[in-house]
Design a protein around this ligand. Structure first.
Ligand code: HEM
Length: 179
C-alpha cells in the first residue's frame, strides 16, 4: 500500500482525535515501518489493517465507518496532489466511470507496485452509474466516501446505494444517482 494512504490517514486521525491517539495506535500495532511513513514509500497493507483495528477499538467506531470518513478526506488529498488528472473530467459520473480505464492506469504508471481495486461499469447515463467494485482489500466504504466527495467536488449531490455481492466485501455493487 502506498505511503500517501498512511500519511493522510494519520493526518486525519491527528486532526479528529489528537496526536496522542496517533501515538497510541502506532504503539499498539506491530509495525515493521515503526509508524514512519513517506508519501512515496510502499508498506504492507496489514499495517493499515492494524492501525485501523486499533483506532476502531479505541474510538468504538466501526472500521467501515472510519473508512467512509477516510474516503471523504482522501479525495481532497487526491485533488491536492493529482489535480491535473481530475481536471480532465467535467462531471463526477464521467470521473467515476473512468477510474478503471484512465485514472488508475495513470496511477499504475507512476507506481507499478500500487494495489488498486477493479471497477466494472455496468450501466451509465448522465444521471446514473452502476459500478462493481472488486478488491481483495474490501475497502468498499473507503470507495463510498471517495464517490460521495467526487460529487461535492463539482458542487453536486448524489444518492449512493451499495450491495455486497460477496459477504466479505471483496465484490460490491454500487448504484450512484445524481440528485
Ligand atoms: C486523481 C484521482 C485518483 C488518484 C490519483 C488515485 C490514486 C490512488 C492511489 C495512489 C491508491 C493507493 C494504492 C496503493 O495503496 O497501493 C488508490 C487506491 C484506491 N482508489 Fe484511487 N485514485 C484516484 C481516484 C479514485 C476515485 C475517484 C475512486 C472512487 C471510488 C478511487 C478508488 C480507490 C480505492 C477504493 C482504493 C483502495 C484500494 C482498494 O480498494 O483495493 N480512486 N487510488
Amino acid at each position: 500500500m502506498k505511503g500517501i494512504v498512511f500519511t493522510e490517514f494519520l493526518d486525519l486521525v491527528e486532526s479528529k482525535f489528537g496526536l496522542e491517539t496517533v501515538q497510541q495506535i502506532i504503539d499498539e500495532s506491530e509495525l515493521e515501518s515503526k509508524g514512519i511513513y513517506t508519501a512515496v514509500g510502499t508498506y504492507k497493507f496489514t499495517e493499515m489493517v492494524s492501525l485501523l483495528t486499533n483506532l476502531s477499538n479505541l474510538t468504538k467506531i466501526s472500521k467501515n465507518d472510519l473508512l467512509k470518513v477516510y474516503g471523504l478526506h482522501f479525495f481532497d488529498a487526491l485533488a491536492n496532489n493529482y489535480g491535473v488528472i481530475l481536471k480532465s473530467y467535467k462531471c463526477p459520473i464521467k470521473l467515476l466511470s473512468s477510474i478503471e480505464e484512465h485514472i488508475h492506469v495513470q496511477v499504475r504508471k507512476l507506481y507499478p507496485d500500487a494495489e488498486l481495486p477493479e471497477f466494472e461499469t455496468i450501466e451509465q447515463t448522465d444521471e446514473k452509474l452502476i459500478l462493481i467494485y472488486r478488491s481483495s482489500r474490501s475497502l468498499y466504504t473507503f470507495a463510498h466516501g471517495l464517490m460521495e466527495k467526487s460529487f461535492k467536488h463539482y458542487g453536486l449531490d448524489c444518492d449512493i446505494k451499495y450491495e455486497l455481492l460477496k459477504e466479505d466485501g471483496t465484490e460490491v455493487r454500487f448504484e450512484i444517482l445524481k440528485k
